[in-house]
Ligand binder design. Structure first.
Ligand code: CA2
Length: 148
């Protein structure tokens, strides 16, 4: 049984309400319900938060220490430049999976670089809302391989 912190970065609260052609029609609540359902089937626990503020995401990462076994994160646009978020994830030494709804590698050049990915165990990008469930599956399997 594993405890996972799920973080959604800036503007992801708008999911399903705007730009469905790029990000799909599911809302953030829909995605969270799918993750909770999957987690229950793995007898895991999730803590989920969305923030439009870098410092709040960093605080949540720090506060997860002692509870969380891993982190699933869509850092939103922070993916491309937040060294503070990267340092926070690296600093807590928890296995982290980065997920993206869109395929960041097929978009504008500024989206193709992730400063977060190098300190993650892996990245899932381009499968819409399923990037989250695929990422959670990968994290569960990783944790179970390491005895959690
Ligand atoms: O593809 C992803 O998941 C992204 O992390 C989404 C971020 C973007 O900055 C990254 O490059 C890739 C943007 C999230 C904004 O979400 C919106 C949803 C609906 C309407 C407007 C923004």
């Amino acid at each position: 049984m594993s405890n996972i912190l799920v973080l959604h970065g800036p503007n992801l609260n708008l999911l399903g309400l705007r730009e469905p052609d790029i990000y799909g029609s599911k809302t953030l609540d829909d995605i969270n319900l799918a993750l909770l359902d999957q987690s229950n089937r793995h007898q895991g626990q999730l803590r989920i938060m969305q923030s439009n503020h870098e410092g709040e995401l960093i605080d949540a990462i720090h506060e997860a220490v002692g509870w969380a076994d891993g982190i699933l994160i869509n850092p939103g646009a922070y993916t491309h430049y937040s060294l503070a978020l990267r340092d926070a994830i690296a600093g807590v030494s928890l296995p982290c999976v980065e997920v993206h709804l869109s395929n960041i590698h097929s978009r504008e050049s500024f989206r193709q670089k992730s400063v977060i990915a190098p300190i993650c165990i892996g990245q899932v990008s381009g499968f819409g809302w399923r990037s989250y469930t695929l990422g959670l599956l990968a994290l569960h399997d990783h944790l179970s391989d390491s005895g959690k």
